[in-house]
Design a binder for this molecule. Sequence first.
Ligand code: KG4
Ligand code: ZN
Length: 335
Amino acid sequence: MPLILAIESSCDETAVALVRGEEGERAVVLASEISSQIELHREHGGVVPELASRNHSLHLRGLVEKALADAGVSMSEIDAFAATTGPGLASSLLIGSTAAKAMACACDKPFLGINHLEGHLLSPFIELTAVPPHLALIVSGGHTLLLDVAGPGDYRKLGGTRDDAAGEAFDKVGKMLGLPYPGGPEIEKTARGGNPAAYDFPRSMLHDPHLDFSFSGLKTAVLYTLQREHGKVSVPNLSASFQQAVIEILIGKTLRAAGQSGRKTIALSGGVSLNRALRDAFSIACNRAGLALATAAPDFCTDNAAMIGFAALLRHLHGGSSPLGEDIHPNLPLA
Ligand code: KG4
Ligand code: ZN
């Protein structure tokens, strides 16, 4: 059975995974190692690209060795080496892709350059036997994308954000509230004690017929509320109301897209899909609409290399590979 070693280093997580699988059979994640740089970037309130790439190069070798040891396999058993080649921070993408190419070259095995967003998109189906036709919502720190998926590699973009990504809005609002970076998980925690109806924030573009998103008006509305109620604001109420607005926008647009495309399965992926309130609300909405909901396992929602290995495995099983000269693409689109 083909065995893939995959590297993810597009932003602030250094990750290495080993994924094995055969056509029509369950893929197995033999190892999935992650070294998070969140603590490192926290004091700067966001990701510092140069710090990120230096840390990728410091940690990568150790993670490769740990993945091989955990899985009990040797380098010579690997059939292909994969890495994220975009989108992401150029200096970070270069570390992982150069390492994967070097290993592919040394072992005389193919290299596969993988789109980070394809990794997220396929993440709800890791360790399943098939990827069904579906409607995909990718919600991460850098992206908010709705896609029609006919099958692996066959994607059509239906909509995306016109300004901030959903995760970016969580992070910016978290910063305004004085919460630690990244704001998403902190807002989720704070929102648990709050009233989601306390503030009536805008649901921008929710009723427009197109499938694009906008979160900057919502972010500004939170800022104005903070300025107006200086010192008196209830952080739990504000967090819960902001989170509720994001949830309603995401669900409204996704269900509209499902209606238009006729797909019967919705797949949620990306860091923001870890949010429990979002998952629960999606689950209720999909139940009501008679749609199936696929979500990624928590470990595979935020950046990880198992999703890159899974995307690479599907491509490798169909004879795909990338030239060793393939460049990185910081703004690589998915469709
Ligand atoms: O997918 P990801 O790890 O990286 C990108 O490709 O961007 O997503 C990170 C994003 C951050 O914006 C973070 O705040 C958000 O996912 N996030 C959350 C939660 N956990 C992570 N947002 C809302 N609720 C959460 N529980
Ligand atoms: Zn990501």
